[in-house]
Design a protein around this ligand. Sequence first.
Ligand code: ATP
Ligand code: MG
Length: 389
Amino acid sequence: MKEVILVKNGELALKGLNRRSFEDMLMANIRRRLASLGKFTCTPAQSTIIVEGPEDADLDEATDRLLKVFGIAGLSRAAAVEKDMDVILKTTPVYLSEALKNASTFKVEAKRADKTFPLKSPEICCDVGEAVLNAFPHIRVDVKNPDLTIVIEIRENAAYIHGDQKKGAGGMPVGTGGKAALLISGGIDSPVAGWMMAKRGVVLNAVHFASPPFTSPMSEMKVHDLLAKVAKYSGTIKLITVPFTEIQENIRDKCPEELFTLIMRRYMMRISNILAEKEGCEAIVTGESVGQVASQTLTAMMSTDSVSRLPVLRPLVGMDKNEIVVISRKIDTFDISIRPFEDCCTVFTPKHPRLHPKPEEIEKAELSLDSDALISRAVEGVKQELITF
Ligand code: ATP
Ligand code: MG
């Protein structure tokens, strides 16, 4: 008996060309994500993709990986057998014995894509139900609310037998939604923001501003570790680290203290725009949410947006911190985010940041900086690396 993984596509509302490119991208992502486990093939069949690996493939690991691939609504491991009723009746109780032992009630569903199969769906259900009842006398049939649903799918090339489907990561396949530059700090929010955009099919590039020696190599390590977790969902992420010390020192020495954070953010935005455009990104993504800290007022967001040519996406904008934390735990970034290392933003935090500075004040303060030279030195000093899953 061969075992395969049946993947159910998400976003069922997609139509026509969209649907086709969704499926092609999803299959490419699945093959890429499983490549290090052996050669897997993907065969599309209606709203299902049949994923088959080599004889000795590690299907536990493959399943874990696929549960993190966006565009998958659900998946199940299935026994692939000959389209022969005797084989199906023999295999079902054996293949699903573990689940059947743990269930008190079950039902059988049959899907007959191959209309030439001699038995009709109700007959298949009836015969399989009987075989299960004979093999497991403790179990009862419950068609309304069963502990276990056994599915028999009769398809073109084989019959597939499986139990309950696992819920997939949902969303759109990464690569169908363009590319964006994620501003990543070592905090809780930005990795979650990146994950949310990847969920909508967006390829991520990441930009991190580091200010050594004020920030330690451990903070950069933290960013690596965070992106490695996000990459399990988004696929490979190109990380660009920008040397930010000189700009921050200039701001500290030449600008009014209560405007530090905002001016620093505007420089981050200007530099990110240059880097993002070079990489072909169509948007900037941040982990900001309204009101969380002084620099996240609408006034502040307007001020940073005004120096950005690209749209600034803030997927967490209306979320509470505890809602963000729930996601960060789910994607396993939380414990990394709370490691105690300095971020460049916390190094020069003003004691009394201005909540509603006027645009003219900020622009006037920035006149004391040699902006073009500072920005081009920072852009020239960037370091690039690929973070893979
Ligand atoms: P986070 O938890 O993502 O650090 P935060 O609540 O600490 O967010 P801020 O420190 O004000 O908020 O940062 C707001 C956003 O600015 C971050 O979500 C991130 O997108 C960006 N950002 C902050 N610091 C950096 C940095 N050092 N490099 C790149 N982006 C940064
Ligand atoms: Mg932060």
